[in-house]
Design a protein around this ligand. Structure first.
Ligand code: PRX
Length: 630
């Protein structure tokens, strides 16, 4: 039955049909929040006790601001919980992964098959000398081997750092050297929109200056097979086929790192966000079970690439922890036509569909005639992540995809938080435009610069007051940078760097970043990375990048460039500069617009005032310009 629509003076609210709650088997939000508030340790202990630990923890949480430790001294292996916990019970033959490749290719892995593959890959890595704590870089597209490789690292206690396969050579090099990876796992190419994109040349370029890398494992998918460099490049299949079958899970400490995932920084280099084994596992498990409400018979599709945090937590670890069935595909939403994703939902009977506002807006633009061709009645829950889900997109998603039968979860969180933090949990009234409330276990607030709450309806900074299990442990080899996160206002809250507004009911609306990160089609890009890529071109003297609002992508990148003396701004130069950024950083970071200027607005201390550029671009008041250098 559709939810009731009630029109408040200026805010639409959807009151859910009570059957939502029953079908999702979730407990009442308020009751769960009260349970958490009454005794946070007992709350997390109860959740963690669903999982298997080789050794119990001494304390649930130790909080020595800004450092927390979770499930202190416990020992575990996340893959034991993702694999054995199901294989040894009645999920042995259950589908873990449905994978759909372009041209109707399909692969199906049961939990047992996945378990076997992970053990072999674990042994293969060990045979190359990978030991607990070593870093392994994975640069693969969204194929089952990526899941196997990640889990194989976790199996043996190695730390994976997955790099999205759309990144360019410089971005890949920075992540490999930043993490000091010993091994790189990659493929010859990735498939995209009927063609293939070579990955090996990018890896080769990235490895020219990457002294820590000892071997590269290459999955060769194409004929004729690409050649391999003796002693350095190894064939994925051959390695696995020679590996021993049984690989016991390494007993890792709860506080040992599970993975490093790089996210764009506000200053040049990307930050290696470190997540630990125990806390991350509990956070991923809890939110997949209680927020996504993933259940035994669901077929669950998270459209995010596994190379992003959403792909890590809700594409792989969370669903495997709860024993769910994952749907994974290399199909982009518009190839071979704009109906492909809806066709896949019908074919696989997808029940939970978790995607991004930029995809939803693209579908809106292409029109509902595409989704109407297919039977979407298997869907029971829709989700969104990555940037604000604007009310128009919410309405369209709700009506045309959910057919007014599916609640929408607009989930706010970050690479750093590891898990969902704010959303409208299934069963609560939904307000388009608002992500919702902090989930039980999360204490969030909207504050002014001092850290004091601002009145309802007023814009402020979104801050988190208390630690949560899947919070990042540190920034890799830069704990100082980590400390800055927990240094907001006079109380030392965790700063999300997002602007937000809370209404009288405690619902939170996200209004964008407060720092120099641009969210382009849901992906984080730092202005500094783009600027330094531009400046590294011989024609450029200086550059500034801003995010310019865009109805489809949320933002596009606009760059202002000062050319070196004597260089003229020709169409060829524009092309070259864009190409230069693409090769270095990847297609996401390429400025859609380039303007050539003679000077840039700067503070007297020489900092570029991007705020002023943005205001000029949008024709709005730039605000306080007292520090602007005349
Ligand atoms: O600005 C917020 C935006 O994405 C940022 C985090 O980006 P990343 O670490 O790449 O993680 C994205 C996936 C978890 C946030 O600081 N963001 C994420 N989700 C939302 C959002 N903005 C508004 N609404 C959301 N639901």
């Amino acid at each position: 039955m559709p939810a009731e629509e009630v029109l408040k003076p200026d805010q639409k609210v959807y009151y859910p049909d009570p059957s939502y709650q029953n079908s999702a088997l979730i407990r009442d939000y308020d009751e769960l929040y009260r349970e958490f508030e009454k005794d946070p340790d007992a709350f997390w202990r109860r959740i963690a006790s669903d999982l298997l630990w080789f050794k119990q923890w001494d304390t649930v949480r130790t909080w020595d601001h800004p450092h927390a430790s979770w499930f202190t001294n416990a020992e575990l292996n996340i893959t034991y919980n993702c694999l054995e916990r199901h294989v040894n019970n009645d999920r042995r033959n259950k589908v873990a992964i449905f994978w759909a490749g372009e041209n109707g290719k399909e692969r199906i892995l049961t939990y047992y098959q996945l378990y076997k593959d992970v053990m072999r890959m674990g042994n293969a890595l060990k045979s190359l000398g990978v030991r607990k704590g070593d870093r392994v870089c994975i640069y693969l597209p969204g194929i089952p081997e990526l899941v196997v490789s990640m889990l194989a690292c976790a199996r043996i206690g190695a730390v994976h750092t997955v790099v999205f396969a759309g990144y360019g050579a410089k971005a890949l090099n920075e992540r490999i050297t930043g993490a000091g990876a010993k091994i790189v796992i990659t493929a010859d190419a990735s498939v995209r929109r009927g063609g293939s994109i070579p990955l090996k040349p990018i890896v080769e370029e990235a490895l020219i200056h990457a002294p820590t890398v000892e071997k590269v494992i290459i999955l060769r998918t194409q004929e004729p097979k690409v050649g391999l460099l003796d002693d350095f490049e190894l064939d994925y299949e051959e390695l696995i086929s020679q590996a021993d079958r049984n690989c016991e899970p390494e007993h890792v400490n709860s506080e040992d790192p599970l993975f490093i995932l790089y996210t764009s920084g506000t200053t040049g280099a990307p930050k290696g966000i470190v997540h630990t084994a125990g806390g991350y596992m509990v956070g991923a498990y809890y939110t997949t079970k209680y927020v996504l409400t993933l259940r035994e018979n669901d077929v669950y599709w998270c459209t995010a690439d596994p190379g992003w945090i959403t792909g890590h937590t809700y594409g792989i670890y969370g669903p495997l922890l709860v024993g769910g069935t994952i749907f994974l595909t290399e199909y982009t939403p518009d190839y071979p036509d704009a109906g492909i994703w809806w066709k896949l939902i019908e074919e696989y009977g997808v029940t939970i569909f978790y995607t991004a506002p930029t995809a939803i807006r693209m579908f809106m633009r292409m029109g509902e005639e595409w989704s109407e061709k297919y039977d979407l009645s298997s869907l029971r829950l829709l989700g969104s992540v990555g940037e604000p889900l604007n009310p128009e997109a919410f309405e369209w998603f709700y009506k045309h995809i959910g057919k007014k039968n599916c609640p929408i979860l607009d989930t706010w969180w970050q690479t750093e938080t590891g898990m969902h933090m704010i959303t409208t949990m299934v069963g609560l009234p939904m307000k388009p435009g608002f992500a919702g409330k902090p989930i039980p276990g999360v204490v969030a607030t909207v504050v002014n610069e001092e850290g004091d709450p601002v009145p309802p309806g007023t814009n402020g900074f979104l801050a988190i007051k208390e630690p949560w299990p899947s919070m990042m442990k540190t920034v890799y080899q830069n704990d100082e940078r980590y400390r800055q996160y927990w240094n907001f206002g006079k109380y030392g809250y965790y700063s999300s760097n997002d602007i937000a507004m809370m209404d009288e009911d405690g619902y939170i609306m996200l209004l964008g970043r407060s720092d120099d990160i641009i969210i382009v089609a849901g992906h984080n890009v730092g202005t500094a990375e783009i600027e330094s890529a531009l400046v590294s071109h011989s024609a450029v003297a200086e550059a500034a990048a801003i995010g310019k609002p865009d109805p489809l992508k949320g933002n596009i990148i606009k760059a202002f460039v000062i050319l070196r003396n004597g260089v003229s701004p020709t169409p060829k130069l524009i092309h070259d500069l864009k190409y230069h950024v693409r090769i270095m950083l990847g297609p996401i970071s390429v400025p859609a617009e380039l303007d050539f200027v003679d000077n840039l607005p700067k503070t007297r201390s020489g900092k570029i005032m991007r705020r002023v550029l943005k205001a000029q671009e949008m024709g709005i008041d730039p605000g306080d310009v007292s520090t602007l250098d005349e």
